[in-house]
Ligand binder design. Structure first.
Ligand code: ADP
Length: 210
């Protein structure tokens, strides 16, 4: 929809002065309320302005954006996480590749004997070693994984927004969801879930479904 210069001017006035009544807008434009009416109905019907009885006009675009921002911050990692797929440090690269297929995931989390997080292995980590001459049945995943403390993790209390932002900023496909525990005076990260690009995409579709 092509807006007229006056409609654009009205939007600017509302953005700066919201809430603002039609009388006040007419006054600023030096026109009568009757002359303003058609433009106001077009802008409200197009969803650009929002009219609230006895309050005035609001710029609706901004509010819609705020609503989405609020919503995705309200949703917690705990509400959307799925079960983690883990392998032990001494599992072979071959076993890890099989697990990837069997569990139908793209990222594996590697855990110590006590179940705490040791590392992450991606599809490409596995491809890289598999296309070399290495004997992938002999090499343990601990040799190729990205390890602690270089892991990007999230907690169940964090928002879906924060987790999605980490995925984008650090350019990874998945985050382990961890709970901090103290075992023998050492801080350990217990893996309790995973957040992936697929989960975020599903959430996006869910939020977009009318
Ligand atoms: P791919 O390597 O298949 O493109 P990713 O983009 O997820 O998948 O992984 C890129 C690199 O980052 C890999 O070397 C992987 O080990 C590492 N990585 C993956 N996820 C994480 C994470 N949550 N924290 C730190 N490093 C990660």
């Amino acid at each position: 929809m092509e807006l007229t210069p006056r409609q654009l001017q009205i939007i600017d006035i509302v953005k700066e002065n919201e809430p603002i009544t039609s009388e006040e807008i007419a006054e600023k434009l030096n026109i009568s309320r009757a002359a303003l009416r058609p433009d106001l109905s077009i802008l409200t019907m197009a969803g650009i302005l929002e009219a609230r009885p006895r309050v005035g006009y609001f710029y609706a675009g901004k509010h819609t954006k705020n609503l989405i921002a609020e919503k995705i911050r309200e949703i917690k990692v705990n509400d959307i996480k799925s079960v983690p797929v883990v392998v032990r440090e001494d599992a072979s690269v071959y076993d890890a590749i099989v697990t990837l297929f069997v569990e139908d995931v793209g990222t594996l989390f590697v855990v110590h004997d006590d179940g705490s997080l040791a590392g992450v292995i991606s599809r490409k980590d596995l491809l890289k070693i598999a296309i070399g001459n290495a004997d992938i049945r002999q090499i343990p995943v601990s040799v190729i994984m990205t390890r602690m403390p270089n892991l990007i993790t999230c907690t169940p209390e964090e928002s879906a927004y924060d987790a999605a932002r980490k995925i984008v900023v650090h350019q990874v496909d998945a985050l382990p969801v961890v709970k901090t525990e103290e075992i023998n005076g050492k801080i350990k990260y217990k893996v309790i879930g995973r957040i992936t690009k697929t989960i975020i995409t599903k959430l996006f579709v869910e939020l977009g479904t009318i």
